[in-house]
Design a binder for this molecule. Sequence first.
Ligand code: TTP
Ligand code: MG
Ligand code: MG
Length: 359
Amino acid sequence: MAIILHMDLDYFFAQVEELDHPEYKGKPVVVCIYSNRGGGSGAVGTSNYPARKYGVKSGLPLALARSLLKGVDAVFVPARPERYGEVSVQVMETLAQCGDAIEQASVDEAFLDITARCANDYYNAEMVAREAKFAILKSHGLSCSIGVGPNKLIAKIASDYKKPDGLTVVKPEGVLGFIGPMDAGKIPGIGGKTMEALSKLGIGTVAQLRNCETGALAEAFGRKMAAWLKLAANGAGDEYVGGVHERRQISSIETLKENTRDFGTIMEVARRLCREVVGRATEEGLLYGAAGIIMIDARLNMKTKMHTLRQPSGGSAELEKAVERLAAELLEGAGEDIRRVGVKIEKFSDAKMQKRLFD
Ligand code: TTP
Ligand code: MG
Ligand code: MG
């Protein structure tokens, strides 16, 4: 059986705004997505938790949000999609290090297969989840909520169970007890329309859905949909986390003993990381076509720099050379001491295939 982790960033767009503007902290923050009608019309993209206390949430018309926050010292900011995309990529890279396969499900959430990483043990799985939360907070300054369970459905419901900064682990034997009392609408895929139809059948909770007669469900929704509803109500879901067979990058990051800008000290760690990631690529029979360095400074800003090789390589000397040059370049422009350093390889090709081509 698999163990799947689902991570969802808390109040994502608004949290990035707080991160970039520490002066917003504590105030209600509303991220506005303006429509092309002008005149300040549009909808709330998301809001931070202080704003949610006033009932301001995703999708609300801005005019309504403004009236709910009338007289309150709140911040309304326009959405900055590029910035959120950039942060998203960085967080996903960090998360990818915590498991064996990652599948990004939206800009702020992803599934991770941690079966092997935690030796199929739920106690270890909780540790892996804590490490992931810590890594995302330390490297990017962002809080998230994580759910762990035997499949993607349960992991996703679990990550939403306690928000913000939540961690919920659901073991296989706990699945039915966990979802049973929930509103059936908590199952991803059961929306407002389905709920309406379900309530006509007298079904409100997941347990009621599980126990209802299949015939009645099939009549209302058709056989296929009815079968899916039954499976979901029993906590059955997909275990496959996409991306297993198409690894996009291998990386390793380490925290320096002390924050520093000293090239020698940083390269000492970086060289070790080079050998480590190349070792992992070799194990998987992969050659890398691009090499990169990652630096996270004392203020937790992450900078990466990549270099594409002229020819795919399988050794670590090539990587060390590239990383050395990239590190020097990054350090030159660094305004802060470096806290963490990482090395990354990408653009993989199959070592066996390459050998055949070159032979
Ligand atoms: P969500 O993960 O649904 O919401 P969230 O991260 O803001 O809050 P939380 O997870 O703590 O409940 O969505 C992720 C981002 O997607 C969100 O920050 C903004 C964007 N978004 C919209 O722009 N419009 C919407 O209607 C929704 C739901 C999200
Ligand atoms: Mg979120
Ligand atoms: Mg989300």
